[in-house]
Structure formats: C-alpha cells, structure tokens
Design a binder for this molecule. Structure first.
Ligand code: PLP
Length: 746
C-alpha cells in the first residue's frame, strides 16, 4: 500500500468528529471483507453463489425494517443519504408536477443539511415547476416554527424536515410536527432526514405518516457508499436510476453487497439487547458531561450554541469565548484531537448557516466548534479525549491564549522582539524590548482583547500606542486600546514623547512620510545607530506601494517620502506595513526595492516625480479595477515555491546534512507546543526551531536565520510553510524546502 495512506496510528488519535463520518467497526469491517472475498456473488445471478448473495441482501432489508420500525413500505439500498434525498424529491416532484401552481411551495427546515435545499432547488428548476422554495424558520433553540408550517404547508408540494441536526445535535419533536403538518395538509409528501438519528434515537417509522426517510451507513460505523431509503406504502415513487432492474426495478445497478453486509452487521448489533458496543443513553449523557467538564476546565469561558436539553448527547456545539475557531481547531489538530468547525460538509464556509438560522451572535456563528462522538464510544475513548483536552491548558496559558491562573510569568513564552498580529488584510505590530518596554503600532479593533491580555499577562510596559495615519478603511482602535492599557495616547497619532521613545536598548523615532495620506508618518526602530525596522503604514505594501486614490493622497509627496526612506533605511531594515494582502510576513528594504519595479525606477533616478505620478495613477486605476478599494497594490512577480520533500526525503536530508539542516515549524507556539515533532523525525534539540509566521519578521530583525543552512519548513498541511518559503526565497534564502502535505501526512 502506498506510504501516503499511512497516517497516525489510531491509538494516537482522539477522533471527535463522528457527525462527519465514523471509522468502520472492526466486526463490520470483517463482514465487509468476508463479503468481498467469499460471499462475493451478484444477487441477480441464479447460481448458488448468487442465491447466497441475494439471501444476504434480503436478510439485511428485513433487519433494516426492524431497526427503524418499518413493518410496511419499502426499504431501498442506496449509495448514501444524498441519493436517498434525490430519490424522494424527484419521486414527489414528478408525481405532483401537474398540481404545481404559482402559489406552490417546497418547504424545508432552515437548519437542514445542504443536500436537502440544494436538491429541492435543483429539481424544481430542472422540472420547471416554478414552486417557491421556502425555508421554515427555527427558534433560538433550533426548533422548527410550527406556526410557519401551519401557514404554508397547505400550498406545499413537499415538506422536508430532519430528525437530528448534524451541526448542533438538536432533535425535533416529530410527533408534534406530524400533527401540524397533517392538520393542514393530510397528503403532502413529508421527508424526514434521519441520518443523524440512527443509533441515537429509537424510530418507529410505520407508526408515522413520514413518506421518506434517508439513512447513511458511514455516519454509524458502516462504510461510505452505502445507505438506504425508507418509502411509505403508496407514497409516490419513480426510480432515480434505471438500468438492469435490480431492487425490483426501483434502483438499478449491481447492489453494493459488501456495504449491505456491513449494514447487516450494524443492524445485528443495534437489535441485540445484550451487546455492549452501543452505549445506552444514560452512558452517552455521562460522556458528554465529562467532555463538558474537560472543556470548561481547559478553556474556562465557553458558550454552548444549542441547549443541551434538546440535543442528542453525542454532539456538542460550542465557542471558546476568547479564541477563534481557527485557533481552537489548530490547537486541537496539533494535539491529535479531531473536531470540526461547524459542519464538515461546509468547512470552507466561515459562518454556520445553521447557527445563523438560530439567531446566535456573529461571534458564535463564525467561531463554532462541533465535537461529536459515536454511540459506540468507550469509557476509555472519552477518558483519553478528556485527558488530551486538559493537557492543553498549560499550552494555552503559556502562550497567552488564556489568562493563566498559575501566575508563573517565567513559564510563559514572552513576546520579546517583533510580532505581527493580523486581522484579515490588516497588520498590527508589537515590539517588546529586552526590558519589557513595548510599543504597539496600528492596533486593530478586533485584536484589542488579545493585545490587552498579552500586555497584562506578560507585564509589558507599553510606552505608546501609535498609528501611522488615520486609516480610511477601519475605525481607530488606538484610543480604545490606550484606555484599556492606561497609556497616554493624546498626542498626534498617539505620539506624546518628544523626539524619541526609549525602548530598552532600542529607540523609536518618527519621520513624516506623506503620500498615502497627508498625515502619514513612519516609525523607525533603531539600536546602536542601526535602523532595524521601519513601520511604514500604507506607504508600502509587499512588492508595491500604498494607494494614492484617497482624497488627501499625493503621488508627489509619496515620491519624496520614498526617497527620504531610501536615505535613512539600510538594506536589512525590516519593513513593517499596515497591510499584508500578499501574505508576506517579513520583508527587508532590499527585497522591497527588488520586488517593486516602480519603487526601483524612482530610487535609481530612471523616472522623475512627474513620471512616477503618471505611472502610480495608472497602477491605482488598475488596483481599482482588479481589487477595489484596498490600501495598496502590488505587481510583484509571482513568488517562488520551494522544493517539496516527503517525510522520507526529509529524514535523508537530516542524515546527509545533519550539521546544516534545521526543521522550522512555522505554526503558532501553542500548536508547536502541542505536538512532539522531535520524536516524529528523531531530531536533536538544535535541529528544530519554531518561528511562527507572526514572528518571521522578528527572525529577520534578530538575524536568527542563516542563509547557508538548509531549512525544511513544516506546518499542519504544508500551506503556511509554503507561504513562508516564498517569503524566504524572496529574501534570498536558497536552501528552503517544504514538507509535502505538512504534518497531516506524516
Ligand atoms: N443529511 C445529514 C443530516 C447529514 O449529516 C449528511 C452527511 O453529512 C447527509 C444528509 C448526507 O449524507 P451522505 O454523505 O450519505 O450523502
């Protein structure tokens, strides 16, 4: 088997994402494997091997009936729930085509899995029904609005609801829903997505008027690619897949017998009252309490996004009040704990539409974490999960992510030197001198709580909170932060200090550098007469220049300011702009001059101020067309990427160049602290360093990196390390490599 399929051994992994998918239980995997190798017949064959396969198929169907309480109606094997949903929707819409009027509606719960509304919209359009596809609102607890259903179900061609929500675990009162639906429309087709209910709630579908109920194997320890659909007797049905007439002509295509055998074994377990694999509800509640207690001990302030009383015990949806979901996810991932941000199926989305429908705050919707376990979880699994969660507490407090209650500042990783803090495209800079004197430049309002905590926890003496100009694209956070930190910020842009601010053995001075705006200044950080860093605001962006599109901007002044900087700055001076749209975390004046053609032309005297202004205006226009009102624009050449190394090649490099090869982890310290990388690659202590992207500028400032060395960059997926490599290449580092796929594939 290819190396790439070997990931971490399962005993290292704490898997708390069962609502996305589950591992196949060993006893189920055995049956699946046996069916593939021994009982491999085609149920349509008339010989004995085929007859045996057919027997297994029908036995499984019978067991499915028992599990979901469906003595009547049909059970159809499908590829999964999405196919079941298509089948139900297409069957209903085709049967009701002739009834469609301009008032017809298709109803679905606002928190339904996307497969449901997207299927309704798709087939409504394909079949040209012209019905209105309407979301049934939910209340703050995620429960469907029965008043809304009562008002609209009379015109409905179909209504789709779900038994248990995949993101929050909220379950609906199906009995109450049935009453309201049938009171207002006795014959409307009603589909209930039961995917997340199987194994967690008892079902008696024949006792209800539910017309369709799709299920999926992989959500409950069976393989992916197998599911089934319950269809009530006499409910409309049209085969969704035509062909060789399998499944009595209802769903053609040779049956997935290994998957069906997996379901057989699963159903046997579910029906066996003496088995100990699936835990009773009281045990699952106990597990949930244990996890909640571990989370609260570790993170302190937590908000649960759905009421525990109306959710199944196997799902927890929460926010850590002081951490973004990205931070929590990265931290969990580094510690080998797998959870999900919102729903796995929409992990690209930054908000949860389910939580939005419940009317939670923006913070909750953007930073929700879903922790879910399966009903076969063991006490040992949960104990290990809790132990791992609790082990994160010192990692968190050491890295200022939570306020430490240990009061041991010596244990904490100090933010000495230069740190870049980002929010979307904006950058704020913190510099901490060797005596804990600090300065904060261009603070961002969203980062005020983080900065406040960091300053207090590390006992920094903030001398000034400064801005490089009045930013057009955001509100000033200067006075708010200065007030929180009790710093005098009354002077112009926060400067109330005469010519210089002393910061330990460093000094900060300022020069006026108008251009992007008339009030723009740059702050120069120097030590022993050397200018080490320049906080230039929006005069420069990586590989380009700040915008001159705003009212009080001036190209002429910008040209003068750039020339002034070229006289003051050294080749190695680190440039710290107020925006970083290009994901460039560290740059020097030399690299900047090489990457920006217009800047180089101006400084080399190839163009005069008038020509500069002409070309700058053209650039601004292009920026307007290409990216809208950003504060700067870059036409820098595409960044170079580094060679990709497999874990094996990394070992080889370490072996061949042990003196000169260093593994550089670019993840944040809390992630670095949560993974034992040295033992993964057998590294000597000096062969591993951690420089997060936020501290790459500091590494330049302190000359921590050596161009003669080989650096293998690592992160979780190879993405951040890839960015850092382009950055280092632009800075002249040649021997930089990326660990392919990051730690995820090691
Ligand atoms: N419905 C719900 C509630 C789900 O959680 C999922 C899977 O995430 C689906 C439907 C789709 O299931 P499948 O992956 O079997 O197509």
């Amino acid at each position: 088997m290819s190396q790439r399929f070997f990931t971490q051994p399962s005993q290292d992994l704490v898997y708390l994402d069962a609502n996305a998918t589950t591992p196949v239980l060993p006893c189920i995997a055995d049956v699946v494997s046996h069916t593939m190798q021994v009982c491999f017949g085609n149920p349509s064959s008339s010989h004995i091997t085929g007859v045996q396969a057919k027997y297994l198929l029908e036995q499984t169907r019978n067991k499915a009936r028992q599990v979901i309480g469906a003595q009547s109606g049909d059970i159809l094997f499908t590829s999964g729930a999405t196919e079941g949903i298509q089948t139900a929707v297409v069957s209903t819409l085709l049967a009701n085509r002739h009834k469609a009027t301009e008032h017809s509606v298709l109803l679905y719960g606002a928190t339904e899995h996307k497969a449901v509304p997207n299927t309704l919209k798709h087939w409504n359009e394909v079949l040209g029904l012209g019905a209105k596809v309407l979301a049934i609102p939910v209340d703050k607890d995620g429960l469907l609005d029965s008043q809304f259903i009562a008002e609209h179900v009379g015109q409905a061609l179909m209504i789709c609801t779900m038994a248990v929500n995949n993101e929050t675990g909220v379950y609906q009162d199906l009995g109450a829903l049935e009453k309201v639906i049938r009171a207002h429309n006795p014959h409307v087709s009603w589909m209930v997505d039961c995917v997340q209910a199987l194994g967690k709630q008892s079902l008696a579908l024949s006792d209800t008027t539910i017309d369709y109920a799709p299920f999926s194997g992989h959500k409950l320890y069976a393989p992916k690619g197998i599911g089934f659909l319950y269809i009530r007797e006499n409910s409309p049905y049209t085969p969704f897949i035509a062909g060789g007439g399998q499944e009595s002509g209802m769903r053609s295509g040779t049956e997935n017998l290994p998957g069906i055998a997996g379901l057989y074994e699963l159903f046997e377990l579910l029906l066996d009252s003496k088995q100990a694999v699936f835990k009773p509800s009281c045990t699952l509640h106990q597990y949930r309490d244990q996890l909640i207690s571990a989370l609260e001990q570790t993170f302190g302030d937590i908000t649960f996004n759905a009421p525990l009383a109306s959710t199944v015990p196997t799902t927890l949806n929460f926010c850590v009040n002081s951490l973004t979901s990205k931070e929590v996810m990265d931290l969990f991932d580094a510690a080998g704990i797998r959870v999900s941000g919102g729903s796995a199926c929409s992990s690209g989305a930054s908000r949860s539409f389910v939580l939005d429908a419940m009317g939670v705050s923006d913070w909750q919707s953007e930073n929700a974490i879903r922790m879910s376990f399966g009903p076969a979880a063991s006490a040992a699994d949960i104990a290990l999960a809790c132990e791992r969660i609790c082990a994160l507490k010192p990692v968190l407090s050491n890295h200022c992510l939570i306020v430490s209650d240990a009061h041991q500042p010596e244990q904490e990783v100090c933010a000495l030197g230069l740190t870049q803090l980002r929010h979307q495209g904006s950058c704020c800079w913190l510099f901490v001198a060797d005596n804990n004197d600090a300065v904060i430049i261009d603070p961002i309002v969203e980062l005020v709580p983080r900065l406040t905590r960091l300053v207090k926890q590390q006992q920094l003496r903030v001398k000034a909170v400064l801005e490089t100009h009045r930013h057009q694209d955001k509100d000033s956070a200067r006075s708010l932060l200065a007030q929180r930190l009790e710093v005098d910020a009354s002077g112009e842009l926060g400067w109330s200090h005469g010519d210089n601010i002393a910061l330990g053995s460093h000094q900060l001075s300022r020069v006026t550098t108008p251009g992007h705006s008339s009030d723009s200044v740059s702050y120069l950080l120097s030590q022993n007469e050397h200018i080490e860093a320049c906080f230039c605001g929006d005069l420069l962006v990586w590989g380009g220049l700040g915008s001159t599109q705003f009212d009080d901007a001036s190209c002429e002044q910008m040209a003068q300011s750039l020339k002034l900087l070229s006289q003051l700055l050294e080749q190695n001076t680190v440039i710290c702009p107020a925006h970083d749209y290009e994901q460039c975390f560290a740059m020097t004046w030399q690299a900047q001059c090489q990457a920006s053609e217009l800047l180089a032309a101006l400084l080399q005297g190839d163009i005069d101020h008038e020509q500069f202004a002409l070309r700058k205006n053209q650039l601004d226009q292009r920026q307007g067309e290409q990216c809208g009102a950003l504060c700067g624009f870059s036409l820098a050449p595409a960044k170079a990427s580094g060679a990709q190394l497999s874990a094996q090649q990394l070992q080889q490099l370490l072996h061949e160049h042990s003196d000169s090869t260093v593994v550089l982890d670019v993840r944040e310290p809390y992630e670095h602290g949560a993974t034992d990388i040295r033992s993964l690659f057998t590294l000597a202590p000096e062969q591993l360093i951690n420089i997060p992207l936020s501290r790459l500028a500091n590494a330049l400032l302190t000359q921590q990196l050596d161009k003669s060395k080989h650096y293998v960059l690592i992160c979780r997926t190879g993405n951040r390390s890839g960015q850092a490599i382009s950055n280092l290449k632009a800075l002249g580092f040649e021997h930089v490599y990326n660990l392919q796929g990051g730690l995820a594939l090691v």
